[in-house]
Design a protein around this ligand. Sequence first.
Ligand code: LMR
Length: 332
Amino acid sequence: ITVLFGLTDFWNMERIMKIAVLGAAGGIGQPLSLLLKMQLPAGSELALYDPAPMTRGVAVDLSHIPTRVKVSGYAGSDPSAALAGADIVLLAAGIARKPGMERSDLFKFNAGIIVDLVQHCARVCPQALVAIITNPVNSMVPIAAEVLRKAGVYDPRRLFGLTSLDVVRAESFALDVESVTNHEVTIPVVGGHSGVTIVPLFSQLSRGQYDADELTSLIARVQGAGTEVVEAKAGAGSATLAMAYAALRFCLSLVRAKLGEANVREYAFVEGGHADAKFFSQPIVLGAEGVAQVLDYQPVHPVEQAAIARMLPVLNKEIQQGIDYARHVLQD
Ligand code: LMR
């Protein structure tokens, strides 16, 4: 028994962080899990969950990559084993859109998945940081908040809608027009993660360099980027690879903050910090408990300010739709 306790202590000391990926066998889940296996700090544990029977196989496959990240896979209808002891949960489960669909068309199907999985999170790992990738993010995050609230474990600092794909895209499009290296580019993207609610602030890259027309077309380009991928994939789904990269980046920021690094900055769709919307994607500083501070994203160009003002009713409607759905199914 002493020997066993000794081994357990050793393992606990070694395991610095447990990350659970829900939807791990899907189009985003698999490349995301690969990237995490390669980039999480040594001693981390990666738990993959997906209803698909192949999930254990995905974990075995990844376990053959020689990094000191322990991978386990769980299939079936219960994610509890994957969630047990999780510090961070990345929720990528759900269906993707096809050409002609808006993200909001996924609401009905994906909302039920979010309720179910977040109920498990609330029960099994109530202290975990939960980042939601599942669309429509603008509605799924408020649903998750209501589920956690109903379970009595909601802390707005620990719930995120993952909008860093918009930041990644804005950075990428800036590289097309700017002579900068990718390390020098940071483009704030605020608002939400659907169509007009995505507002990149290119004016903050090189103030005064873009005229109003250029800003208008750069905003439209980022807003339409998801649809561009959906159309190019012609019915075979939406963005998976850039999404996985964006989620990796965000997750590594959470890990760094949880491990005590100061001043870790990110963008995410979080509750609080904005006067005109209950949830808003905005610049944040991360700490061990999640959001440590919401940062101001001003000043913005008048074109960007107008885009924010125009989209607020859409964003607030999508947020309210999530809240109403959750309150209805949770019988509040
Ligand atoms: C994206 O922005 O690529 C994702 O939200 C997926 C989608 O449906 O556009």
